[in-house]
Design a protein around this ligand. Structure first.
Ligand code: SF4
Length: 465
């Protein structure tokens, strides 16, 4: 017979006050997590989501805009401890959201603490996020947040964001993230892997790795070794991705900068035994070296076309997504044309494009030769026309192929799915509009692609996998 070690026993596990240093002006929450590892998964998942939405986590209750108490109700002693924790948070802060096992007894909690803002039960993290949004509205900032503004809607249970680091050591002139979020601070590899393992154990089928600068992961930790299972894992993106690729879930890497060591990630994507998807979200921002220098971009001198060719040689199926800025201060027609020519060569699968705008506090505001609005609009339209033509041709080439998709949503008309080439919320979809009735969100199934549009595909269900 075996028993849980003391630190995993629900009645003995100490409450963890989860803390990190918030930046000035961030909406900020305090959190205490009581109880068993399952409760901790919920806490971690709530925190990952809140951090990605731009919330800070306060080291003390007094400095927070509200406090979440994740309770345990396993034994009377645990209930008493949970009630004490709620009481303490009410005294120190006043705005308290209760969740977790004891949340299954809302009347019992309200009898003791009528002033709490909201109560939800165990594993109801979506409702907790609703309560947080109501108590402390998010402050979406497209220049700083890792999720699109629409990302404030709730993440389905079958995929989850996995934040591996915060902040950035670079100083791109158009970006205020280093001022707002501070320097790179990577989580220990075993903490990331533990969170990933728990998410997968709880039904997550796709992990979306996010950070401000994913390729730089671990630099601040000097790529230290971390104990994980029977081995040690280096806090380096290649090692972390290799370990994440052992889980039974798709692993999608976002915000990977084109540093030379990205080459080491590509073999993982080509390895059938590794679940890291052949997908790179890599923000190039521009292709002309002078514009990149004026942006003060990391890897401004990188020979990106050569890198892309090398990646495709190793992993022919790789999908490349990127974002670009047109109309950056000083951008000449020649420089813009270089970007268009580069796109012809690079044939990226997915692109987003923004017209340059000043952002309060960005150093690019002071650069000379800002581009007039009508020129920016014209360049944006020409860029998007090219990107659309590339996307259409690439999708058309998939007609007739048999591929795996993950089901995101089902309604009366169709199952909305994504291929391995599509990240949620930013890329396209594949729709199955016949014989989809028995599918469920999170299923991974095989389809034959039978139609392509500008950004989306349609397919016929072959079989479950
Ligand atoms: S690499 Fe540049 S754009 Fe990205 S977060 Fe850092 S400073 Fe901002």
């Amino acid at each position: 017979m075996s028993t849980n070690p003391p630190n995993l026993r629900p009645d003995l596990a100490p409450g963890a006050r989860i803390a990190e240093t918030p930046r000035r002006g961030q909406p900020t929450l305090g959190m205490v997590s009581l109880g068993c590892p399952k409760a901790l998964v919920d806490s971690e998942r709530i925190l990952t989501r809140l951090r990605a939405e731009g919330y800070g986590i306060s080291p003390d209750y007094a400095g927070a805009d509200a406090v979440i108490v994740n309770t345990c109700g396993f034994l009377d002693s645990a209930k008493a401890e949970s009630l004490d924790a709620i009481g303490e948070a009410l005294v120190e802060n006043g705005k308290v959201i209760v969740t977790g096992c004891l949340g299954a007894e809302p009347d019992y909690i309200r009898e003791h603490h009528p002033r709490i803002l909201a109560v939800t039960g165990p594993h109801q993290y979506e409702q907790v996020l609703d309560a947080v949004h109501a108590a402390v509205p998010p402050d979406p900032n497209p220049y700083v947040d890792l999720l699109p503004a629409s990302g404030v809607k709730l993440t389905p249970r079958h995929y989850s964001y996995l934040k591996i680091s915060e902040g950035c050591n670079h100083k791109c002139k158009f970006c205020i993230i280093p001022d707002m979020r501070g320097k790179l601070a990577s989580r220990p590899a075993h903490a990331v892997l533990r969170e990933a393992e728990k998410l997968v154990d709880n039904g997550v089928r796709e992990l979306l790795v996010i950070s401000q600068d994913t390729s730089a992961y671990g630099l601040d930790r000097k790529y230290d070794l971390n104990p994980w299972k029977d081995r040690e894992v280096r806090s380096h993106i290649t090692d972390l991705a290799r370990e994440l690729g052992q889980f039974d879930a798709w692993v999608r890497l976002h915000y990977v900068y084109p540093y030379p060591h990205v080459r080491d990630l590509i073999p993982l994507m080509a390895d059938a035994g590794c679940s890291v998807l052949p997908y790179l979200d890599i923000p190039f921002q521009h292709a002309h070296p002078d514009v990149l220098k004026r942006m003060a971009r990391p890897a401004a001198g990188a020979k990106t076309l050569e890198e892309i060719t090398a990646w495709r040689e190793t992993c022919p199926d790789i999908t490349l997504r990127s974002t670009f800025i047109v109309g950056y201060p000083g951008e000449t027609e020649d420089e813009f044309q270089t970007l268009l020519d580069w796109m012809d060569e690079a044939q990226l699968d997915r692109v987003g494009c923004f017209q340059y705008e000043n952002v309060d506090g960005a150093r690019s505001n002071d650069l000379p030769d800002h581009v007039p609005a009508d020129v920016k609009q014209d360049r944006w339209e020409r860029f998007m026309e090219k990107a659309l033509a590339i996307s259409e041709a690439k999708l058309m080439a998939k007609v007739g192929q048999t591929i795996e998709v993950i089901v995101d949503d089902i309604d009366d008309e169709a199952a909305t799915c994504r291929t391995k080439s599509d990240a949620p919320e930013i890329d396209g979809n594949l729709f199955i509009d016949e014989g989809f009735e028995n599918l469920n969100p999170g299923d991974i199934v095989t389809v034959e692609v039978d139609e392509a549009g500008e950004y989306d595909l349609w397919g016929r269900l072959c079989s479950s996998v």
